[in-house]
Design a binder for this molecule. Structure first.
Ligand code: GLU
Length: 328
């Protein structure tokens, strides 16, 4: 009887472990490396999964499986790659720039062990608001409840810098909410916030989710004056127009002009050269398939994948770009 009970407990434990950690057990003998991405409602997670998919088609030959891991986004990814928790990460160009120059989150602690692998799509600075909150410009955020993302997150850093730039005093003029951005769409529908700020590729699930409920939602265009001034001043920012036809329940009818920033796949300086070379090669050699993995990748070109990568190029990526004639 005691014997049976023990056996039953052992079997239950095995069943439980297999059901909560299936990939760990199944991939037990297979070497794995992770790409630290973003939350599942953003596009980093899809981008990391797409890169992994291109590589993993040859995972037996390469004896390595790449795995996209959810995370809190750029800041967390830079930390993970810096301290070796993950081999790869995805981050906004401006976050990599801050890290390498010791600014914002990295004030007085510049990071010098990051290397670029591939340039990806352009993310857009996006202000999502409830139509009945009457927010038609960044200035109209004054007096409203605005979610800017968790303290220490990229969204939070970005929001503080942009709102400061347009002259809004966050402490005095806004009611700031600092919940993780992946919860913001729900808060907006529940009427607990008036707007949220998110730098992200399009289309994404956050805005799809935000626009699906009873409360009518829109994307607020920042005024031309601020977009132009930001583009003029910050090298890492580029013009970006958000197509609104992706989101059929959104109140907008016209595309939204805003500014954006490149998303970049990067790694640690110590990440194995052959591994990096293979990842770049598989993405380039399967570029059409890669582009079909997400609508945000539709405009990718070899040039976009290989230029404006902010941190120094990893030798594995450099080798492939030279072979492909993209670098001399
Ligand atoms: N831009 C966001 C960040 O750097 C992530 C967006 C996404 O997950 O697609 O944290």
């Amino acid at each position: 009887m005691i014997h049976d009970t023990r056996l039953f407990m052992l079997l239950s434990l095995v069943t439980f472990t297999v059901s909560i950690f299936p990939s760990t057990l199944l991939a037990f003998d297979e070497p794995m490396l992770s790409i630290s991405t973003g939350n599942v409602t953003g596009v980093y997670y899809a981008a990391g999964s797409a890169v992994a998919k291109m590589h993993n088609k040859k995972r037996k030959e390469y004896n390595l499986r790449l795995l996209a891991e959810a995370s809190e986004g750029s800041v967390a990814n830079i930390q993970n790659v810096t301290d070796g928790t993950t081999a790869f990460g995805i981050a906004q160009a401006n976050a990599l720039d801050y890290a390498q120059n010791g600014e914002h989150y990295w004030q007085d602690a510049p990071v010098n062990n990051l290397r670029s692998v591939l340039g990806l799509y352009t993310e857009a600075f996006t202000v999502v608001a409830a139509v009945n909150a009457n927010i038609n410009s960044l200035q109209d955020l004054r007096g409203k409840i605005v979610n800017i993302g968790e303290h220490g997150s990229t969204d939070n850093i970005q929001a503080k810098s942009i709102l400061g730039f347009v002259g809004l005093d966050m402490e005095k003029e806004l009611t700031v909410s600092e919940v993780p951005t992946y919860e913001a769409s729900e808060l907006l529908q529940q009427g607990r916030i008036d707007a949220y700020l998110y730098t992200v590729g399009h289309p994404n699930l956050s805005i799809k989710e935000a626009s699906h409920g009873a409360r009518k939602i829109m994307i607020v265009p920042p005024s031309t004056k601020y977009v132009d001034a930001l583009l003029e001043q910050k090298d890492t920012l580029v013009e970006r127009v958000i197509r609104v036809d992706y989101y059929k329940d959104l109140a907008n009818t016209e595309p939204v002009r805003t500014f954006g920033v490149k998303a970049i796949l990067f790694c640690n300086v110590d990440t194995n050269e052959e591994v990096v070379y293979r990842i770049v090669k598989e993405v380039f050699e399967n570029l059409d398939l890669f582009k079909r993995q997400h609508p945000a990748f539709a405009k990718l070109t070899p040039e976009r994948l290989s230029t404006k990568l902010i941190v120094p190029l990893h030798p594995g990526a450099e080798r492939y770009f030279k072979e492909a004639g993209l670098l001399r």
